[in-house]
Design a protein around this ligand. Structure first.
Ligand SMILES: [Zn+2]
Length: 259
């Protein structure tokens, strides 16, 4: 016999959505022009790690640059935890390598180094709350105010990576403090399986056609050599963006969810 939940308890049951259905709805979002992101003023792309900016927003950054729109990129963590066992690449060297890789990547997209900044929070341990979180929000808020940022794009809150969620929370706190718009782009979220259920995930958003910039986006992603295998060979356990994972982003659309 099926047991019914007494109606007085129903309001405590959070509606859940299967990740597969959420991702399918993302793939069916309407296609719009880049004005949806840049039409109200300068855009800030907040990326948890060096490489997320190119994977999630490389086409949008290229299109904005081609149109003379103002875009900034801020990298949240120092990226120094990807190869913890490497003897040739200490944390310090890895941080410097990855920052150079970001600058090379965005140059492929048409963005000058002066538009890139680094919060250098610890890779894998970006703060979700507490004094370090508040300091980072204060830094971002000051930066956004000084540069008249109208819209922030950051990683999706359901990306299964703690730094990606931390970036979302930092962006949300900054956007709320200034009353500006917030959109998110999935990165690791695209890999969620049908075994994952999400609490009332937002499915409102749009896709931007970036097909014209795919060659530049590919070159930008390829600049992250330390993450693609080959550059750091003495840490087999080190992180690598697989070919299959990179292929997820090798298409004509980039997806933005309204938050
Ligand atoms: Zn990342």
């Amino acid at each position: 016999m099926r047991r019914l939940i007494p109606s007085r308890f129903l309001r405590y049951v959070r509606p859940m959505t299967n990740a597969r259905d959420v991702l399918a709805s993302f793939r069916a979002l309407p296609v719009t022009g880049i004005e949806a992101l840049t039409g109200t003023g300068p855009l800030l792309v907040l990326a948890p790690h060096p490489d997320d900016e190119s994977l999630g927003c490389g086409g949008v950054i290229a299109e904005a640059c081609a149109r003379g729109e103002t875009v900034y990129v801020t990298i949240v963590t120092d990226g120094a935890a990807s190869h913890p066992n490497s003897q040739t690449h200490s944390r310090k060297r890895l941080q410097s390598t990855r920052e150079q890789e970001v600058l090379a990547a965005v140059a492929e997209l048409g963005l000058p180094p002066s538009r890139v900044s680094f919060l250098r929070l610890p890779d894998g341990r970006a703060p979700h709350r507490g004094p370090q979180f508040k300091d980072a929000v204060a830094t971002l808020t000051r930066f956004a105010r000084d540069n008249a940022i109208a819209t922030i794009c950051t990683t999706w809150q359901h990306d299964p990576h703690p730094d990606h969620l931390a970036s979302f929370r930092l962006a949300r706190a900054t956007a709320r403090s200034l009353g500006i718009r917030l959109f998110s782009y999935p990165v690791w979220g695209w890999t969620l399986s049908s075994r994952t259920w999400l609490p009332r995930a937002e499915t409102d958003g749009f896709r931007v056609d970036v097909g014209a910039h795919l060659p530049a986006k590919r070159r930008a992603v390829a600049c992250h050599k330390s993450q693609i295998a080959g550059l750091i060979e003495d840490d087999p356990a080190g992180f690598a963006l697989s070919h299959e994972f990179r292929a997820i982003f090798d298409g004509p659309f980039e997806t933005f969810i309204r938050s």
